[in-house]
Design a protein around this ligand. Structure first.
Ligand code: UD1
Ligand code: CA
Length: 455
């Protein structure tokens, strides 16, 4: 085994493409996969592969790309490729970064988001073994359009672009992904020697192979899974990449002990954490910032965002958890319940048709059907406290700020605007009056009016 931990690494991410086929006002590399901009997936893979520095090459008008990159990866540098003169020209836009003399330089693409850290690490190990240039290739039954990798005696001899390939070369199914790694010490010599005497008048990074070979460098191609090299040019490909990402993550969660009866209907966010023995029923959607702890059950058709769901808790079916939800162990959130900015104590239950916002719910409290917190007056939000073991009767309206003491009760249908001491019962509703025979009188009167209208 080679050790790359002592080697320093620069990653250059090309993100200068304009992405016309996305038909979008958003730069292509900012389109999200699992809720995270594609370029951030690439930054994460680079970092996970031990990259010390990241240089992102952007085109003109890419302030938004700069903002997102720098927010995501502090210390990443931005380099402008003002004119699009080819992939080698794009890499050289980051010349300053290359001159800082790292051991390895990895070239990735902001629109190829499924590249795995383990693949980058394997390539860097190849550099550590003495290879000067590593090209990532893939096999496909339909190589049309891709550069072909010409391998001779285990070395990569050249990359032949489709349009320049002979009939025999066109039959080669080993293709160039575009991703390349260099030993930094030779890199600038090689790139500076690349010419633009081709049909497109561009400086091709792929020419580094032939230039490198002519200079006696060792050049190798690694065969990597096609998926990891897939790029996004349009929304259809974006959806394909999303599906692959989702499938991979569902599979790794199941391998780690999460149960899903219908995995293809569960949508995960890039940061979703689910612990072992958790159960996800069909059609559950996770947005940002969710942790589901051991043995929790998320029932069908729940939408969950910014929530920490405790062990053995139960959520749904048809629950909506919004940011700031903290469910302690063994708590229960039932159907058609919305929770926001609320912590729910151990074993507490909010089982039917409730809205609970900006609230602290004590352990083992029970909130009855249809009860809601009135936490917003159109200007400000207020806090509600529901004490341990409190019982909130059905259809109670809690007008916050308000405190319900421990083991207090509210009578069904009450509107609570004043604090309730512990162990007290609060009733706030009109007294019931029974008017004997009145229903019959009204029924006969209304029937009469209807009959007269028909005449
Ligand atoms: C390139 C490879 C081809 C490979 C294919 C894989 C070359 C000459 N060919 O072809 O062998 O099979 O990718 O998809 O490299 N870019 C810039 N600035 C530029 C030019 C390109 O940032 O001046 C970026 C693009 O935004 C894109 C990437 O580099 O993300 C690849 O460039 P593109 O022109 O699409 O190369 P292909 O013709 O697809
Ligand atoms: Ca392309």
């Amino acid at each position: 085994m080679v050790d790359i931990s002592t080697r320093s690494c620069l990653t250059i991410i090309l993100a200068a493409g304009d992405g016309k086929r996305m038909s979008s006002s958003l730069p292509k590399v900012l389109h999200a996969v699992a809720g995270l901009p594609m370029v951030c997936h690439v930054l994460d893979a680079a970092q996970e592969a031990g990259s010390n520095d990241c240089a992102v090459v952007v085109g003109s008008q890419s302030q938004r790309v700069c903002d997102v990159v720098q927010e995501h990866s502090e210390g990443a540098t931005i380099h402008l490729q003002a004119e699009r003169n080819g992939t080698a020209h794009a890499v050289l836009a980051a010349r300053d970064a290359v001159e800082e003399s790292h051991d390895d330089v990895v070239v990735l693409y902001g629109d190829v988001p499924l590249i795995k850290a383990e693949t980058i690490i394997a390539s860097r190990e190849e550099l550590a073994r003495g290879t000067d240039i590593v090209v990532l290739g893939f096999h496909t039954d339909d190589p049309t359009g891709y550069g072909r990798l010409l391998v001779e005696d285990g070395q990569l001899a050249a990359i032949r672009e489709h349009r320049d390939a002979s009939a025999a070369e066109k039959k080669i199914t080993f293709c160039n992904s575009g991703i390349m790694m260099f030993r930094a010490r030779h890199m600038l010599t090689v790139l500076d020697a690349i010419k633009n005497d081709n049909s497109q008048g561009e400086y091709y990074l792929t020419d580094a192979v032939e230039v490198g070979r002519a200079n006696g460098l060792a050049v190798t191609a690694l065969d990597v899974p096609y998926e990891e090299t897939m790029g996004v040019n349009d929304r259809l490909q974006l959806a394909e990449i999303e599906e692959i990402w989702q499938t991979n993550r569902r599979n790794s969660l199941m391998a780690a002990g999460v149960t899903m009866a219908a995995p293809s209907t569960v949508y995960l966010h890039h940061d979703t954490v689910i612990e072992k023995d958790a159960v996800l029923e069909p059609n559950v959607v996770f947005a940002a910032g969710v942790t589901v702890r051991e043995r929790a059950i998320i029932r069908a058709f729940s939408h969950i965002e910014g929530a920490d769901i405790g062990s053995d808790a139960q959520v749904g079916p048809f629950a909506r958890l919004r940011p700031g939800t903290e469910l302690a162990a063994m708590s229960k959130i039932g159907n058609f319940v919305e929770i926001k900015a609320t912590s729910v104590g151990e074993g507490a239950k909010i089982n039917h048709l409730s809205y609970v916002g900006n609230t602290t719910v004590g352990a083992r409290a029970n909130i009855g059907a249809g009860s809601i917190t009135c936490n917003y007056d159109g200007f400000n939000k207020y806090h509600t406290v529901i004490g341990e073991g409190a019982f909130i009767g059905s259809n109670t309206a809690l007008i916050s700020p308000v405190v319900v003491g421990a083991y207090a009760n509210t009578a069904a249908g009450s509107t609570i605007s004043k604090d309730i001491p512990g162990d007290a019962l609060a009733i706030s509703r009109a007294k019931q009056v029974n008017l004997l025979g009145k229903a019959k009188t009204l029924r006969e009167k209304y029937a009469r009016i209807k009959a007269e209208k028909k005449k």
